[in-house]
Design a protein around this ligand. Structure first.
Ligand SMILES: [Zn+2]
Ligand SMILES: [Zn+2]
Ligand SMILES: [Zn+2]
Ligand SMILES: [Zn+2]
Length: 557
């Protein structure tokens, strides 16, 4: 097959289907898409709410719980304990398929009747004292964690997303094997890193960008195996300690140092991407991938395209989240340990599943919700194998005819509004844009306003002057005006690490880290040194100096 230029059925922009893509669609027996990759991502993103949490009641045991489903949404929501239990039978929601009505209309009715799990946890999550977490746990549990999302094997971690193996760490975006870290983006195997980005194997350093094997560095860019450096200049141990101790702990001085560091960093070249050990791959934050393209935050994957935040997937397209040990996924969200799954969300350990939600250990199911150990089921009703295949063929024909087979479920079936889900982090839209594109918008995201008992200017500048009872105060975010609190273990952390109390709420701090991370979108531009064509997340109009990998390594290592 040759490369083909198509017009997106949704946004009318042109997009390309490559020869490799046709091979994939042929293997998985799905027609090539009529929607462009960006429209497909937005549509899919409506099925993954990572961080918007609500207080509500479990509709089964009536306990007060934390949930990703707004209490005003039409869904029945069970706490994880009730949802995973045998106290209810998902087959009791079974419906007959009516060939005279659109399939997705019938699936919508089922989705509205079958209960949803309050927050996402896999079949084997073992989490301790960690109620405010979502998409977290998996085989390695979470202990004493608070507002942690898309994570595993963490202890004493708060306000973080996308991390594995972290201890005693706050405010992180994407990292592994961390200890005593704060305000970091893409850091691995490091301890004591504060305001660090793209850092590995480093220790006790503050405001560092692209550092490896560094210790006691402050305000440094592109350094390797250095100790006691201040804005890339070597200092004596005593002088370094003196200068750093004059800044640490003070909100004003830290802000000033951050500004100086951000201006300083613009003078140095950046690498086109932060990929490591990749073969024939394109994207950002890729590790050990082969033939993985247009993908972001991916570990150990092969022959995949358009993947976001996944690990261990093979032969898969359009995947958001999870992916572990899976192959032939298409249009899936939070699906792992599975093979040949199409257009489904929140499923694990399943095979040959299409347009399903919340399935565990099931195979050959179409349009089902919340089944465990099921086989040959449609709309939560069991069939004999022959009957199943006959009805499935009818439904697949209908979806193919409408150019819907291979896409995720339509937005009308999505449980989340655009601004509750991960699309808003990665392709942000204004309310009017989201509505115009056919997505819902949630006005009533739970938050408190105007309840503050302490104004930002009343917070002592230096952490050493902050009293114990700040944990009883209600603070107000200087950026969005939302109220937030400092919790006890958080104050202990700030004191230990000599960090000022943050003046922004958790949400604004997260948005700031996303801004530091850059967009998950690839732009074509030229290496500022050799002029070679590169694909990078730095848009051509950005002020950073961007080098191809070869030129960057010549300069830095
Ligand atoms: Zn489009
Ligand atoms: Zn319950
Ligand atoms: Zn805020
Ligand atoms: Zn170059």
């Amino acid at each position: 097959m040759k490369q083909e230029l198509k017009t997106c059925q949704n946004c009318k922009k042109e997009f390309v289907i490559e020869p490799d893509d046709f091979d994939f669609y042929q293997k998985i027996k799905v027609p090539p898409p009529t929607w462009c990759p960006e429209c497909r991502f937005k549509r899919q993103s409506l099925f993954r709410n990572e961080m918007t949490l609500y207080s509500r009641k479990c509709d089964f045991c009536k306990r007060s719980i934390i949930s990703i489903y707004n209490p005003k949404s039409p869904y029945f929501v069970y706490c994880s304990e009730c949802w995973h239990s045998d106290k209810w039978d998902p087959f009791s929601f079974g419906q007959d398929y009516n060939p005279r009505r659109p399939f997705f209309e019938q699936l919508k009715e089922l989705l509205l009747r079958a209960p949803k799990e309050a927050t996402y946890s896999s079949s084997f999550s073992k989490n301790i004292n960690s109620e405010y977490i979502n998409f977290a746990g998996s085989k390695e549990g979470m202990k004493n964690c608070y507002l942690v999302f898309n994570a595993g094997d963490c202890e004493d971690v708060m306000y973080s997303r996308g991390i594995r193996g972290a201890r005693d760490t706050l405010d992180t975006y994407y990292g592994t094997k961390l200890e005593r870290c704060y305000e970091i983006v893409n850091v691995e195997e490091s301890t004591g890193i504060i305001f660090g980005q793209n850092v590995s194997g480093s220790l006790d350093s503050i405001f560092v960008l692209n550092a490896r094997g560094c210790q006691n560095c402050f305000g440094c860019v592109n350094l390797r195996y250095k100790n006691y450096h201040f804005f890339n200049e070597p200092l004596s141990k005593e002088e370094y300690k003196k200068r750093v101790s004059e800044i640490m702990g003070s909100y004003q001085k830290m802000q000033k140092a951050r500004k100086r560091f951000e201006e300083f960093a613009l003078k140095f070249p950046r690498r086109e991407n932060n990929n490591l050990k990749t073969v024939n791959s394109s994207g950002e934050f890729l590790f050990e991938t082969k033939n993985v393209n247009q993908s972001f935050e991916i570990t150990q994957a092969e022959n995949c395209k358009y993947l976001f935040f996944a690990k261990g997937a093979k032969e898969s397209y359009d995947v958001i989240g999870f992916g572990y040990d899976s192959e032939f996924l298409l249009g899936t969200v939070s699906v792992g340990y599975s093979s040949r799954v199409i257009g489904s969300s929140s499923c694990d350990n399943s095979q040959n599943i299409e347009y399903c939600f919340g399935m565990k250990m099931s195979e050959h199911c179409l349009g089902c919700d919340g089944l465990k150990n099921a086989k040959y089921a449609i709309l939560n009703k069991r069939y004999e194998k022959d009957e199943y295949q006959k009805i499935r063929a009818q439904i697949v024909d209908e979806l193919k005819e409408k150019n819907l087979y291979g896409l995720s479920m339509p937005p009308e079936l999505a449980p989340f509004a655009y601004n509750e889900a991960i699309g808003q982090d990665n392709l942000p839209l204004a309310k009017e844009e989201a509505l115009a594109q056919g997505f819902r918008w949630e006005e009533d995201i739970q938050k408190t306003m105007d309840k503050e008992t302490m104004k930002p200017e009343q917070i002592p500048d230096n952490i050493k002057d902050v009293p114990d009872n700040i944990v009883d105060e209600i603070l107000v975010c200087i950026t969005c005006g939302r109220n937030y609190k400092i919790i006890k273990p958080e104050l202990v952390f700030y004191r230990k690490m000599v960090l000022p109390v943050p003046r922004q709420c958790f949400n604004c701090r997260h948005i700031d880290r996303i801004r530091r991370r850059g967009p998950f979108k690839l732009y074509s531009r030229k290496c500022a040194k050799c002029g070679k064509a590169i694909q990078t997340t730095y848009a051509p109009d950005r002020p950073e100096i961007v080098y191809c990998e070869t030129c960057y390594l010549k300069e830095v290592v």
